[in-house]
Write a protein that binds this ligand. Structure first.
Ligand code: MEV
Length: 308
């Protein structure tokens, strides 16, 4: 049996603007992960079991654009596998779907690595990342590539679309609380809506993207200089710019406000928006209290994670 896993991810700064070439900062979230086991099957065909999404089926009965089937078909094509192997593929994940934590990218990366290893088609990180980006494009329209990059390399990245991957140093560890609105919000939709806004009035939205890009740039400098205390204000500023982009929601704003009132130094939505997750920057001794207030205010789940 061949096993592989990949972590979730969270965007600290720069979502949406990153699609338009501005920098963004994202980090892996190892408290959640996708796991894939691949083994030989006694049955004919490629059998997929993914209980978290109620899937138990043979590959060929799935539509070819099914997110999991498309990874397998494209991998078999890439690896030039002509005669279909008999495989059992088991996929489990603790990353909530469509919540901004990179569940799709994590399943793609873990599945690709497990298949590559099991079918003896070695792939390095760069190849896995490029393959996962092609899969993201099939399902998410015009993704920047940040999700697959953070998940593949499993380290903090300062990401600019189309440029080689740049990691950054977190000189002083800090803590964030991640809270899930419980509302599933496909990234493709919010990214598509932002694109429509941008097509109608490019200069207006380019100005907002510039401001978001500046926030990301300043945040990176603060982290490298060991001054995470500057992140709070930057998160608040970034959230306001995302509200202007129309990708926040009542539920996200409510959790952001709740976190600030409970003592977080700053908070913002994270990822595609409209639902999914928000993050709050907290002092370690306030983390539990902020997490509790978020749950009381309606968050379906929280994760406290240290970024280091
Ligand atoms: C999604 O995690 C982040 C977005 O910026 C989309 C992307 O970068 O592809 C909203």
């Amino acid at each position: 049996m061949t096993k592989s896993s990949a972590p979730g991810k969270i965007i600290l700064f720069g979502e949406h603007a990153v699609v338009y070439g501005r920098p963004a900062l994202a980090v892996p979230v190892t408290e959640v992960q996708a796991n894939v086991d691949v083994s030989e099957s006694a049955r004919k065909g490629v059998w997929i079991g993914a209980p978290d999404v109620n899937l138990s089926a043979e590959l060929n009965v799935l539509p070819s654009d099914h997110p999991i089937a498309s990874v397998i078909h494209n991998f078999l094509f890439l690896a030039r596998v002509t005669s279909f192997p008999n495989l059992e593929i088991k996929i489990t994940s603790t990353i909530p779907v469509a919540s901004g934590l990179g569940s799709g990218a994590a399943v793609t990366v873990a599945l690709t690595r497990a298949l590559a290893s099991h079918l003896k088609h070695p792939m390095n990180d760069e190849e896995v990342n490029a393959f996962a980006y092609e899969i993201e494009k099939l399902h998410h329209g015009t993704p920047s590539g940040i999700d697959n990059t953070v998940v593949t390399y499993a380290r903090p990245v300062y990401f600019i679309k189309g440029q080689s991957i740049e990691t950054f140093k977190v000189s002083k560890p800090f803590m964030i609380v991640i809270a899930d609105t419980g509302i599933s919000a496909p990234t493709k939709e919010s990214v598509g809506d932002v694109r429509r806004l941008w097509m109608h009035d490019r200069s207006r939205w380019e100005t907002i993207f510039d401001k978001i890009g500046e926030v990301s740039f300043t945040a990176r400098r603060a982290l490298e200089a060991g001054k995470p205390e500057l992140l709070g204000e930057l998160m608040n500023e970034n959230h306001e710019l995302l509200q202007k982009l129309t990708v926040s929601s009542q539920e996200l704003d409510h959790l952001v406000e709740t976190a600030r009132r409970a003592g977080a130094l700053g908070a913002k939505l994270s990822g595609g928006g409209r639902g999914g997750n928000m993050i709050a920057f907290v002092e370690p001794e306030r983390a539990q209290a902020v997490s509790f207030s978020l749950l009381e205010a309606g968050a379906k789940n929280t994760i406290i994670t240290q970024v280091s």
